[in-house]
Design a protein around this ligand. Structure first.
Ligand code: PRT
Ligand code: ZN
Length: 296
């Protein structure tokens, strides 16, 4: 029997596709795209990519057309609420750390909207009716929803709605339309979802290999290898300052028994301010080196 290939749904073009293809590339996968741009194929693993609209990804995975999907948590959660099924735990495999954004309520700048009660009885335009209603229900606020598929930010000006609930990243779009964000309804990033249930053996092997790579890419994203020299008596302070470092390697410098070299993998970002602090407690010759791949 022919080898079964894992199927992954990815947004064809938009705010998720660059991050998704960047992730696959960092996983060492080169994807050749079919001429129609609806389909891609990885060379290094039995993995096929379906290029689709992001809104279709949750149902493609839930219905078993695809085994996996990369989608915004906001779109997935909206779908779960719409289907009235607590899909979350079963489906979400991993948060992917890109396409971060917030779904926020926003009102015209002149309105006193600091308290959620401002939205009582108001008409709110959104592409996320379920998430919006669920949030306002929790606040004990009743409102009506104008369900729009795009250009939500123009609704108040057109008098279609009093306020909106939309995705915000920099806030520039709200600003340009005379709106201000007031409350965060949902915080989102790209996630990897998987259809529940067992995969057959070929697919399972490909999935396990893909996950080792994805976990490695995520773990090494902020990770740095830090090397420095330090007076032996400042060692405790220095190790405390290294962000997210476990068990650094300490080596004695030849001919200088009072000085040691410290080598550590820092799991979190290493900022300039951290280097300044390290220097102020005696560290010298500090090197911060990127890590390309990591595997536990
Ligand atoms: O065509 P298709 O249906 O596949 O794509 P789409 O147009 O529905 O989605 P797309 O590509 O715009 O967004 C896909 C996903 O990216 C969303 O579901 C979110 O999870 C995530 N994401 C991250 C964003 C943003 N950032 C974002 N800024 N989605 C939309 N925006 C919009 C925002 O609403 C605003 O209108 O981008 C505009 C600019 O935002 P500001 O705040 O930077 O001005
Ligand atoms: Zn969409």
């Amino acid at each position: 029997m022919a080898e079964q290939r894992l199927r992954l749904a990815v947004q064809k073009s938009g705010r998720l596709s660059e991050g998704a293809f960047d992730l696959l590339s960092k996983c060492g996968l080169s994807i050749s795209r079919a001429k129609d741009n609806l389909y891609g194929r990885a060379r290094e693993l039995p993995l096929d990519i379906l290029l689709v609209r992001d809104d279709d990804i949750p149902s493609l995975v839930a219905d078993g057309v695809c085994d996996l999907g990369i989608v915004g948590e906001n779109v997935f959660e909206e779908y779960s609420l719409e289907k009235d099924t607590p899909y979350t735990d079963e489906f979400i495999v991993s948060k992917l750390g890109f396409a971060r954004c917030k779904l926020m309520l926003a009102a015209p700048k002149s309105e006193p909207a600091d308290d959620p009660s401002f939205y009582q009885g108001k008409r709110i335009a959104t592409s996320y009716p379920e998430l919006t209603k669920a949030y306002l229900d929790r606040q004990g606020v009743e409102c009506s929803i104008a369900d729009m598929s795009g250009s939500v930010e123009i609704a108040p000006k057109l008098k279609i709605a009093d306020a909106i609930c939309d995705i915000v990243s920099t806030g520039a779009t709200l600003e340009a339309h005379g709106l201000k964000p007031t409350h965060t309804v949902f915080t989102s990033e790209a996630i990897l979802i998987k259809r529940p249930g067992e995969l057959d053996a070929d697919k399972k092997a490909a999935f396990d290999s893909l996950m080792v790579r994805i976990d490695g890419v995520i773990a090494s994203r902020d990770a740095k290898y830090v090397m420095l020299n330090a007076p032996r008596d400042a060692l405790d302070k220095i190790v405390d300052l290294l962000p997210g470092a476990e068990a650094p390697t300490i080596l004695e410098l030849a001919g200088r028994p009072d000085t040691v070299a410290v080598h550590a993998v820092c799991a979190e970002q290493v900022f300039w301010s951290t280097l300044e602090k390290l220097r102020s407690v005696g560290a010298r010759s500090i090197l911060v080196v990127p890590i390309e791949k990591m595997m536990p």
